[in-house]
Design a protein around this ligand. Sequence first.
Ligand SMILES: [Zn+2]
Ligand SMILES: [Zn+2]
Length: 272
Amino acid sequence: MTEIISELPVRPRPTSNESLLGYVLRVMHANGYVGQSSVKTIFKIAVAQLGNQSVNSIHFPALQKTMQKRLRLADDDIQRCFKNEWDGLYNGSRVVADYSIRKPRVCLACLAEHQQVDRKWRFAHITHCHIHKQPLFTCCPQCNFAFKWSPELLEKCPKCELVWSKELIESQPPPPWLQYEKSLKPALRKRFIEDLYEMAAVAMRFYDMQLTRFRSMPQDIWDFHGLFDFSFRLLVDADFRENQLINRINFWRINGDFKVLNERSLQLLNRQ
Ligand SMILES: [Zn+2]
Ligand SMILES: [Zn+2]
């Protein structure tokens, strides 16, 4: 039996700054669907694959076909809107190849305003919304429920049903690494971000004696603010960096099984 895929009654158009998954969820929400499993029913995206959606994903061609039918969108429109989503997020030759996070992290004020998920929120170091001067959230500020990708997240907490509004969260200045990034010209910005993630690679395995390369950001990190705060200070504050490197040698000396390594060997390792 052939399955008939029908058009959805409400078909909002994608915008240039929103993520592909955010757009799919916005469409779902506009048509009254709730729950992660409804995304599988309508767009055939497995729940486990929700956080991986992008034009680079191996599942994208199938999603694109479904979008054409459900949303009456041409291939070109879909490609044009989402082709930049992965810009800067992946480069296999870097110390951290993939900068993206998979779990939801959102500005509640942006969602309250237009229910769109900004594609830049996927960068691990973007922890703050520069429009609303508010931190991005991974959990509900009222009930602490850890967000999952579902259509109703665009409007309210799926658990306690707190409705997002612009006034919910007090504004805060952006964290120093985002202020610094914004102050740079585009060419320097790219270099700075690479340096920042290189420091993050050091920070994520700080007491490891060899610099580890990361194919992706570890998915068990819950405090990205703390990670990039530390990484940024390592990068720009020479005194802080020196102190941390001394701490590291002390840790190795006290805790490690490094009896055959002398002080000079430890110092050399520390500078690699
Ligand atoms: Zn915002
Ligand atoms: Zn809640």
